[in-house]
Design a protein around this ligand. Structure first.
Ligand code: ASP
Length: 452
């Protein structure tokens, strides 16, 4: 049994939906179909989820929302009309979108209201897709996440699946019909809608695949494969045929957006293979994400980069002899509810790397004050606008010289290194550099590992 997830661009128009139908029909094992909301039809288009966020914002701010409401309805209408789905489904969706404003009380918690609006994008689309499948000879039906048993934590916009859901989801294995389930949200134990983080339909698919012990989780998107580097930076980048969950996690961390990084965990824990495929070219083999693989001669399989990091640099004479220094640093970060990403240290100095979006000027100044007063550091300064570049590959363990080759390539490209970090798993090496050098750094590393 396979779980198949289709992303927004695969569901944005009637042409795309016909491709989806052909894919589902071509393999009887494709019994569970998870859908996103309609995405962009072209690069200038808007995703339905973004329109729903605009609708919710206008509604919450007591502003006019009729125009945006009509725009959302029109997106579904256009698809349903072209596919000849009849009036009933169009009316059903139209009413659901109007009801979002009409049946929601303004006094309610804004985050909850927002989630209800956002979730309707996937929910209406699942109903539309199920109707389309039925009209085209598939034994299919819409199933709500509540009926499926997707029970999530009560964290609007950032929900997590509750472990108790998995037993309930297992029952879906018995289905004779193709079940079309909306991605991106579940229900809390109290029956409230809660969405996962953005892009979260990948997470739904992964959870259901783990729940039903699927043989495969197929994630259909609009690229033939995961590329070794961003195609916007490198011409015709090498396609990755297979990679491990660990490698994928490292690449997503550093900016690969093809598959949501939270979606890796359920499939990994459930031991379910994932394949990323292209709705527009389904015969291409895609990229497989495996539990394990035997690396070939290559040390590096992918290069990624992400901006938006800052470094706090601190030094203190005899830091290495001060027992409890590291604990105090971590306590301050915990106290300020800050995540840190890396903490490389020298003999008398330590750097703390954080994602910049967590730092307001207030938070930054308070941290500097606390580090000065509570840790009595001799020197402290903060560097902004940093990027992390990751070179990733299970083959690094067995290949000598990967760090040397990369630092050589970076220095030849004139890129100054602010930090180097190699995790003990030896699956990746991270370089902290100034964001203005991000593109040339990735190009230089690609040249080194894939062209030479
Ligand atoms: N529609 C949601 C979003 O745009 C979820 C998804 O597509 O996976 O974030």
């Amino acid at each position: 049994m396979k779980v198949v997830k289709f992303g927004g661009s695969s569901l944005a128009s009637s042409t795309q939906l016909n491709k989806v139908l052909a894919i589902v029909k071509s393999d009887e094992q494709r019994k569970i179909v998870v859908v996103s909301a309609p995405g962009k039809r072209n690069p200038d288009d808007e995703k339905v989820t973004d329109l729903l966020i605009e609708y919710a914002d206008a509604y919450l701010a007591n502003l006019e929302y009729q125009e945006i409401q009509a725009q959302i309805i029109q997106r579904y209408e256009a698809i349903a009309f072209e596919l000849n789905l009849g009036d009933a489904i169009i009316e059903d969706i139209r009413q659901a979108i109007l009801n979002l404003a009409e049946e929601t009380e303004l006094s309610q918690d804004a985050a909850r209201v927002m989630d209800r609006f956002k979730a309707s994008g996937e929910n209406n689309n699942a109903k539309l897709v199920a109707t389309f499948f039925q009209k085209n000879g598939l034994k299919a039906r819409y199933m709500s996440p509540q009926e499926a048993g997707m029970i999530v934590s009560d964290e609007p916009g950032n929900a997590l699946i509750l472990p108790s859901s998995y037993d309930e989801l297992f029952k879906l294995r018995a289905t004779e019909e193709v079940l079309v389930i909306p991605g991106f949200f579940g229900y809390t134990e109290k029956g409230e809608i809660c969405t996962f983080s953005r892009g979260g339909s990948d997470i739904t698919g992964s959870i259901i695949a783990a729940g039903i012990h699927a043989d495969l989780y197929e994630n259909f998107t609009d690229v033939d494969a995961i590329y070794a580097a961003h195609p916007g930076l490198v011409k015709n980048p090498h396609k990755i045929k297979e990679l491990t969950f660990r490698e994928m996690r490292e690449l997503s961390y550093a900016g690969f957006g093809v598959f949501h990084d939270e979606a890796l965990i359920p499939a990994f824990r459930g031991g379910i293979e994932v394949v990323i495929k292209n709705t527009n070219n389904p015969s291409a083999p895609g990229t497989r994400i495996l539990l394990d693989r035997q690396p070939g001669d290559e040390a590096v399989i992918g290069i990624a980069g992400d901006s938006g990091f800052a470094i706090f640099y601190m030094s203190k004479y005899l830091m290495n002899r001060e027992i409890g220094f590291g604990r105090k640093v971590l306590e301050i970060l915990e106290d300020e509810s800050l995540n840190y990403e890396h903490m490389p240290s020298g003999i008398d100095d330590i750097s703390i790397i954080v994602r910049e979006h967590q730092l307001s000027t207030d938070v930054e100044n308070r941290l500097i004050d606390r580090f000065k007063k509570e840790l009595q550091v001799d020197e402290i300064h903060v560097n902004h606008n940093l990027s992390m570049i990751a070179i990733v590959g299970e083959g690094m363990k067995s290949n000598v010289g990967t760090a040397a080759k990369s630092t050589h390539a970076l220095s030849a490209a004139g890129v100054n290194l602010e930090m180097i970090n190699q995790g003990s798993s030896e699956v990746s090496i991270l370089f902290g550099i100034k964001s203005c050098h991000e593109d040339i750094a990735i190009q230089a590393l690609y040249e080194e590992f894939f062209k030479k």
